[in-house]
Design a binder for this molecule. Structure first.
Ligand code: APR
Length: 238
């Protein structure tokens, strides 16, 4: 049925084949660093320079010319453009690969690596260079009040009301490239099932923590699974 309302959730796995690290794979970020040292408000209060360094490293990796959207990002952008019903794309990722793939709209529920938030004026500004404790806010000019616009552990993800409203109304929920370890995103499949009609699909390299909650699971690299799934949606009117 081509008027179905779709909610798509993506995680770090969709960007892995673009050359960006995941978090919990054996070669992932949390295999090398501790969350409490680089990704909590307490870490930033204790050692802001170390937190800036962590995100400066990830920002320079994302801005490497070799890092580009892959076939999975491109397929989702095509689905958003060609599907006649509503498609809400929600990503846990802080990279800009969905945008660069042509996705017309999305929610970054964990924020964005290429934006800075000012603790003085509250503004959020594009930010592509290294950030330090002396960086000036582009909006208000304050010194030393910038943090990366990323949601840390213990902070509230962004646009949750809009996401829950979409999950309550969707006919299809597709989870791509996420381990199902971190809430509230890991609970989205249960939210969708709770609306009494949503079909739920997991596309991942391997079963996630919440795989048993999905009506349909397909495993393999996102660059193979996602284009194939989108093709079926657009041509077989799944
Ligand atoms: N194709 C599809 N899936 C893949 C691929 C691939 N090429 N490579 C890895 N994966 C899968 C892994 O099997 C794993 O299930 O992607 C998932 C990545 O899981 P995590 O590393 O836990 O990343 P994610 O689920 O996005 O983490 C959620 O945790 O650390 C926080 O804020 C951070 O947004 C992040 C959140």
């Amino acid at each position: 049925m081509k008027d179905r309302r779709i909610v798509i959730l993506t995680g770090a796995g969709i960007s892995k084949e673009s050359g960006l690290d995941t978090f919990r794979d054996p070669d992932g970020i949390w295999a090398r660093l501790r969350i409490e040292d680089v990704a909590t408000p307490e870490a930033f209060a204790r050692a802001p320079g170390r937190v800036h360094d962590f995100y400066n490293y990830r920002r320079s990796g994302l801005l490497d010319p070799a890092v580009a959207p892959n076939a999975a990002h491109l397929a989702l952008a095509r689905l958003q453009q060609d599907w006649p019903g509503e498609v809400l794309l929600v990503t846990q990722n802080i990279d800009d690969l969905h945008e660069r793939a042509g996705s017309p709209a999305l929610i970054h529920m964990h924020g964005e690596l290429l934006k800075a938030r000012c603790l003085a004026c509250g503004s959020v500004s594009p930010w592509r260079e290294a950030m330090t404790v002396d960086s000036l806010c582009p909006a208000c000019g304050a010194d030393g009040t910038l943090r990366v616009h990323v949601v840390w552990f213990g902070e509230m993800p962004l646009e949750m009301e809009r996401i829950y409203d979409a999950l309550a109304a969707c006919d299809l929920f597709v989870s791509i490239g996420t381990s199902g370890n971190v809430y509230p995103a890991a609970g989205f499949v249960a939210e969708a099932r709770g609306n009494g009609r949503a079909h739920t699909v997991e596309l991942n390299l391997e079963p996630s923590e919440s795989h048993s909650l999905f009506a349909e699971c397909r495993y393999g690299p996102a660059t193979q699974q996602v284009p194939a799934f989108v093709e079926e949606m657009l041509h077989d009117g799944r």
